[in-house]
Design a protein around this ligand. Structure first.
Ligand SMILES: [Zn+2]
Length: 322
């Protein structure tokens, strides 16, 4: 009440400084402080911190003058008809089997543009590439890592599969992410998951930690790239040692789906490799008999398969014979 009858004179205006008016000014100041900062031409005060919201693509930025604003981190948007075709979170490979002859000879894929970025899942040495290994097809690239290293998603997308070793066999803890550019990427042998099934992820987001789960003899990332469920050599699009895309556009050719077609071959070599004939060793087979049967020589079979002419032919082993 002390200020009840106190008057302040400024120019023409005379103002009563009552407690009600002080209260009103305080409320105005409070509203100013808690209101989102307005965009003006005036230089903004320094940001001092950010806070999470319920949406991972939105954060709150706090400024030194106690104002704040929402920061839009750019939630990816997708053409859902394309993205959710043959969607099935309970199968590692969801696309319906399409015969190779029904796939066009080549498809042009946009790997990165102004709307869709790229991030190398992990930058390190390639331990093992896309190839037929002993008795098994290795349809991915193995990249060296230390257990617990961050694994980043290559492109914007939605997590289609999140499965533990119990349900994936050799893949170990596995994430599969569907991307709007028509590809799916596979991340195997993880030690931890950091995203959920159905979650939207942005290129570069950490989706899991590297590990050694599943059929693995040491910590590494098993990384696959598939188009309509069909794998091709990931090194055709990513240079893992430099952490870069080889190009923003990629022309995917049908013969790249062959397990014998890999990065580093010319297209002619890749096409020839995809047309090779592979023989599975049965009881009684010899290199000489195979050479005769397929119209080639023992030396050529040895060269194609990297074996010596005295190699023991284990039953079930597959050999390129033409
Ligand atoms: Zn692998």
């Amino acid at each position: 009440m002390v200020l009840k009858n106190h008057y302040i004179c400024t120019g023409k205006f005379t103002y009563s400084f009552s407690l009600k008016r002080i209260g009103f000014l305080f409320v105005c100041f409070f509203i100013y402080c808690v209101s989102p900062a307005q965009e003006t031409g005036i230089q903004r005060p320094e940001p001092i911190d950010t806070l999470p919201t319920g949406d991972k693509f939105t954060r709150i930025v706090l400024y030194e003058d106690f104002t704040w604003k929402y920061l839009d981190l750019g939630k990816p948007v997708f053409d859902e008809d394309v993205l959710f075709e043959d969607w099935d979170s309970s199968s590692i490979h969801a696309y319906k089997e399409v015969p190779l002859e029904d796939i066009p000879d080549q498809v042009t894929l946009v790997l990165s543009d102004s709307l869709q970025g790229f991030c190398c899942p992990i930058m390190d040495k390639v331990k093992s590439g896309y190839a037929f290994r002993r008795v098994r097809e290795h349809r991915g690239t193995d990249i060296a890592l230390s257990r617990g290293d961050s694994i980043r998603v290559a492109f914007n997308g939605v997590v289609r599969v999140k499965e533990t070793t119990r349900n994936t066999g050799g893949y170990g803890n596995l994430l599969v992410v569907r991307h709007p550019n028509g590809l799916e990427t596979y991340y195997g042998h993880l030690s931890h998951f950091l995203v959920d099934m159905g979650e939207i992820v942005k290129a570069g987001e950490v989706i899991g930690l590297g590990g050694n789960t599943g059929r693995s003899t040491g910590p590494h990332l098993h990384f696959e790239v598939r188009y309509k469920g069909k794998a091709f050599d990931p090194e055709r699009i990513i240079d893992f040692e430099n952490g870069t895309l080889r190009d923003t556009l990629f022309i995917l050719k049908k013969h790249y789906f062959s397990i014998y077609s890999h990065y580093g071959q010319t297209d002619e070599e890749s096409l020839a490799a995809s047309q090779r004939i592979v023989h599975t060793i049965k009881s009684g087979d010899t290199l000489g008999a195979l050479a005769l049967k397929y119209g080639t020589t023992v030396r050529q079979i040895c060269s194609w398969n990297g074996i010596s002419s005295t190699a023991i032919l284990r039953i079930g082993r597959r050999l390129i014979v033409r």
